[in-house]
Design a binder for this molecule. Structure first.
Ligand code: Y43
Ligand code: MG
Length: 198
Protein backbone atom coordinates (compact mmCIF):
# COMPACT_ATOMS: atom_id res chain seq x y z
CA UNK A 1 0.00 0.00 0.00
CA UNK A 2 1.39 3.39 -1.02
CA UNK A 3 1.85 5.99 1.67
CA UNK A 4 0.83 9.58 1.10
CA UNK A 5 1.80 12.47 3.34
CA UNK A 6 -1.11 14.79 3.97
CA UNK A 7 0.42 18.06 5.12
CA UNK A 8 -2.00 18.84 7.94
CA UNK A 9 -1.89 19.06 11.70
CA UNK A 10 -5.68 19.03 11.90
CA UNK A 11 -6.83 15.66 13.27
CA UNK A 12 -10.38 16.17 11.93
CA UNK A 13 -9.12 16.64 8.37
CA UNK A 14 -6.68 13.73 8.71
CA UNK A 15 -9.50 11.40 9.80
CA UNK A 16 -11.64 12.44 6.81
CA UNK A 17 -8.78 11.87 4.34
CA UNK A 18 -8.03 8.48 5.88
CA UNK A 19 -11.66 7.46 5.41
CA UNK A 20 -11.96 8.88 1.87
CA UNK A 21 -8.67 7.30 0.74
CA UNK A 22 -9.39 3.84 2.11
CA UNK A 23 -10.93 2.84 -1.24
CA UNK A 24 -7.72 3.72 -3.09
CA UNK A 25 -5.53 1.59 -0.80
CA UNK A 26 -3.50 4.64 0.05
CA UNK A 27 -2.32 5.00 3.60
CA UNK A 28 -2.49 8.53 4.94
CA UNK A 29 0.29 9.87 7.09
CA UNK A 30 -0.44 13.30 8.54
CA UNK A 31 2.00 15.71 10.19
CA UNK A 32 0.65 14.48 13.53
CA UNK A 33 2.16 11.03 12.87
CA UNK A 34 5.84 12.02 12.86
CA UNK A 35 7.98 11.34 15.91
CA UNK A 36 9.95 14.55 15.32
CA UNK A 37 7.45 17.41 15.37
CA UNK A 38 7.21 19.22 12.03
CA UNK A 39 7.44 23.02 12.36
CA UNK A 40 4.23 24.97 11.78
CA UNK A 41 4.03 26.37 8.26
CA UNK A 42 3.03 30.01 8.08
CA UNK A 43 -0.06 30.49 5.93
CA UNK A 44 0.89 33.81 4.35
CA UNK A 45 -1.27 33.50 1.22
CA UNK A 46 -4.39 35.53 0.47
CA UNK A 47 -6.35 32.64 -1.05
CA UNK A 48 -7.10 29.00 -0.15
CA UNK A 49 -5.23 27.91 -3.30
CA UNK A 50 -2.09 29.84 -2.36
CA UNK A 51 -2.05 28.53 1.20
CA UNK A 52 -2.61 24.93 0.10
CA UNK A 53 0.38 25.19 -2.26
CA UNK A 54 2.55 26.80 0.44
CA UNK A 55 1.85 23.79 2.70
CA UNK A 56 2.26 21.04 0.07
CA UNK A 57 5.46 22.55 -1.34
CA UNK A 58 7.05 23.08 2.09
CA UNK A 59 6.48 19.46 3.13
CA UNK A 60 7.39 18.04 -0.30
CA UNK A 61 10.74 19.88 -0.20
CA UNK A 62 11.37 18.62 3.32
CA UNK A 63 10.67 14.91 2.72
CA UNK A 64 11.10 14.58 -1.08
CA UNK A 65 7.95 12.49 -1.51
CA UNK A 66 4.49 13.29 -2.96
CA UNK A 67 2.47 15.47 -0.62
CA UNK A 68 -1.16 16.57 -0.57
CA UNK A 69 -2.26 19.64 1.40
CA UNK A 70 -5.69 21.06 2.20
CA UNK A 71 -6.46 24.68 2.90
CA UNK A 72 -10.08 25.21 3.69
CA UNK A 73 -12.53 27.47 5.45
CA UNK A 74 -15.95 29.00 5.76
CA UNK A 75 -17.12 31.91 3.60
CA UNK A 76 -20.18 33.79 4.91
CA UNK A 77 -21.98 36.18 2.55
CA UNK A 78 -23.40 38.46 5.27
CA UNK A 79 -19.85 38.94 6.60
CA UNK A 80 -18.42 39.82 3.18
CA UNK A 81 -16.67 36.47 2.94
CA UNK A 82 -15.33 36.27 6.49
CA UNK A 83 -13.81 34.24 8.08
CA UNK A 84 -12.39 32.98 4.74
CA UNK A 85 -8.66 32.22 4.80
CA UNK A 86 -8.64 33.30 8.46
CA UNK A 87 -11.15 30.59 9.46
CA UNK A 88 -8.74 28.68 11.73
CA UNK A 89 -7.49 31.78 13.57
CA UNK A 90 -10.69 33.88 13.40
CA UNK A 91 -10.93 34.34 17.19
CA UNK A 92 -7.17 34.27 17.83
CA UNK A 93 -3.91 32.48 17.08
CA UNK A 94 -4.73 29.61 19.45
CA UNK A 95 -7.16 28.25 16.78
CA UNK A 96 -10.03 27.43 19.14
CA UNK A 97 -13.04 25.92 17.27
CA UNK A 98 -15.52 26.90 19.99
CA UNK A 99 -14.33 30.51 20.16
CA UNK A 100 -14.43 30.74 16.36
CA UNK A 101 -18.04 29.52 16.34
CA UNK A 102 -18.98 32.00 19.05
CA UNK A 103 -17.44 34.87 17.10
CA UNK A 104 -19.40 33.96 13.97
CA UNK A 105 -22.65 33.56 15.92
CA UNK A 106 -22.18 36.93 17.66
CA UNK A 107 -21.60 38.68 14.33
CA UNK A 108 -24.69 37.03 12.80
CA UNK A 109 -26.87 37.67 15.84
CA UNK A 110 -29.26 40.00 13.98
CA UNK A 111 -29.05 38.34 10.57
CA UNK A 112 -32.27 36.49 9.60
CA UNK A 113 -32.34 32.90 8.35
CA UNK A 114 -32.63 33.78 4.65
CA UNK A 115 -29.55 35.99 4.75
CA UNK A 116 -27.26 33.46 6.43
CA UNK A 117 -25.99 31.84 3.21
CA UNK A 118 -22.45 30.47 3.32
CA UNK A 119 -20.13 27.87 1.83
CA UNK A 120 -17.22 25.74 2.84
CA UNK A 121 -14.31 25.85 0.41
CA UNK A 122 -11.44 23.39 0.18
CA UNK A 123 -8.33 23.82 -1.96
CA UNK A 124 -6.25 20.68 -2.37
CA UNK A 125 -2.67 21.08 -3.60
CA UNK A 126 -0.52 18.13 -4.71
CA UNK A 127 3.25 18.56 -4.90
CA UNK A 128 5.75 15.99 -6.15
CA UNK A 129 9.53 16.21 -6.34
CA UNK A 130 10.58 18.01 -9.55
CA UNK A 131 7.02 18.49 -10.83
CA UNK A 132 4.61 21.40 -10.86
CA UNK A 133 2.15 21.65 -8.02
CA UNK A 134 -1.47 21.23 -9.07
CA UNK A 135 -4.48 22.62 -7.21
CA UNK A 136 -8.20 21.80 -7.25
CA UNK A 137 -11.03 23.53 -5.39
CA UNK A 138 -14.20 21.97 -3.95
CA UNK A 139 -17.24 23.67 -2.43
CA UNK A 140 -20.20 22.85 -0.23
CA UNK A 141 -23.04 25.39 -0.29
CA UNK A 142 -25.28 25.96 2.71
CA UNK A 143 -26.19 28.37 5.48
CA UNK A 144 -25.34 29.21 9.07
CA UNK A 145 -27.74 27.71 11.61
CA UNK A 146 -29.55 29.86 14.19
CA UNK A 147 -27.96 27.78 16.93
CA UNK A 148 -25.15 25.29 17.34
CA UNK A 149 -26.10 21.59 17.07
CA UNK A 150 -24.40 18.18 16.84
CA UNK A 151 -21.21 16.42 17.96
CA UNK A 152 -19.67 14.95 14.81
CA UNK A 153 -16.93 16.45 12.68
CA UNK A 154 -14.78 19.42 13.65
CA UNK A 155 -14.36 23.16 13.19
CA UNK A 156 -17.51 24.99 12.14
CA UNK A 157 -19.55 21.81 11.49
CA UNK A 158 -22.01 22.47 14.40
CA UNK A 159 -23.23 25.71 12.76
CA UNK A 160 -23.21 24.78 9.05
CA UNK A 161 -26.33 23.39 7.35
CA UNK A 162 -25.61 22.07 3.85
CA UNK A 163 -28.25 22.86 1.21
CA UNK A 164 -30.88 20.15 0.96
CA UNK A 165 -30.66 19.21 4.63
CA UNK A 166 -32.12 20.57 7.85
CA UNK A 167 -29.31 19.19 9.98
CA UNK A 168 -25.92 20.75 10.68
CA UNK A 169 -22.85 18.92 9.38
CA UNK A 170 -22.12 17.96 12.99
CA UNK A 171 -25.46 16.10 12.93
CA UNK A 172 -24.36 14.14 9.85
CA UNK A 173 -22.48 10.87 10.21
CA UNK A 174 -18.88 10.94 8.96
CA UNK A 175 -19.98 8.88 5.92
CA UNK A 176 -22.76 11.36 5.12
CA UNK A 177 -20.43 14.35 5.47
CA UNK A 178 -17.77 12.67 3.34
CA UNK A 179 -20.26 12.18 0.51
CA UNK A 180 -21.17 15.88 0.18
CA UNK A 181 -18.34 17.92 1.66
CA UNK A 182 -16.12 20.55 0.03
CA UNK A 183 -13.20 18.21 0.82
CA UNK A 184 -14.84 15.32 -1.01
CA UNK A 185 -15.63 17.57 -3.98
CA UNK A 186 -11.99 18.63 -4.19
CA UNK A 187 -10.73 15.07 -3.80
CA UNK A 188 -12.97 13.88 -6.65
CA UNK A 189 -10.99 16.18 -8.93
CA UNK A 190 -7.65 14.59 -8.00
CA UNK A 191 -9.06 11.08 -8.26
CA UNK A 192 -7.10 10.25 -11.42
CA UNK A 193 -3.84 11.04 -9.70
CA UNK A 194 -4.85 9.17 -6.54
CA UNK A 195 -5.75 6.04 -8.51
CA UNK A 196 -2.38 6.11 -10.21
CA UNK A 197 -0.76 6.19 -6.77
CA UNK A 198 -2.58 3.20 -5.32
O1 Y43 B 1 -15.02 20.27 6.98
C1 Y43 B 1 -14.96 21.23 7.77
N1 Y43 B 1 -15.82 21.34 8.80
C2 Y43 B 1 -15.76 22.33 9.69
N2 Y43 B 1 -14.83 23.29 9.66
C3 Y43 B 1 -13.93 23.22 8.65
C4 Y43 B 1 -13.97 22.22 7.68
N3 Y43 B 1 -12.97 22.42 6.80
C5 Y43 B 1 -12.34 23.51 7.21
N4 Y43 B 1 -12.92 24.00 8.35
C6 Y43 B 1 -12.46 25.13 9.16
C7 Y43 B 1 -11.63 24.62 10.32
C8 Y43 B 1 -10.55 25.63 10.44
O2 Y43 B 1 -11.05 26.69 11.25
C9 Y43 B 1 -10.37 26.15 9.02
C10 Y43 B 1 -9.30 25.40 8.27
O3 Y43 B 1 -8.07 26.09 8.36
P1 Y43 B 1 -6.77 25.43 7.70
O4 Y43 B 1 -5.63 26.35 7.83
O5 Y43 B 1 -7.13 24.92 6.35
O6 Y43 B 1 -6.52 24.13 8.59
P2 Y43 B 1 -5.87 23.97 10.02
O7 Y43 B 1 -5.05 25.19 10.39
O8 Y43 B 1 -6.90 23.55 10.99
O9 Y43 B 1 -4.87 22.73 9.80
P3 Y43 B 1 -3.67 22.63 8.70
O10 Y43 B 1 -3.41 24.01 8.16
O11 Y43 B 1 -2.52 22.06 9.45
O12 Y43 B 1 -4.17 21.69 7.63
O13 Y43 B 1 -11.62 25.95 8.39
MG1 MG C 1 -3.81 26.01 8.98
Amino acid sequence: MKELIVATKNSGKAAEFREMFSKYTIEVKSLLDFDDPVNDIEETGTSFEENAAIKSEAICSKFNVPVLADDSGLVIDALNGEPGVYSARYAGEEKDDQKNIEKVMAKLKDVPENDRTARFICAIAVSRPDKETFIKVGKCEGSIALEERGNHGFGYDPIFIPNGSNRTLAEHTPEEKNSISHRKNAILQVEGWLKAQS
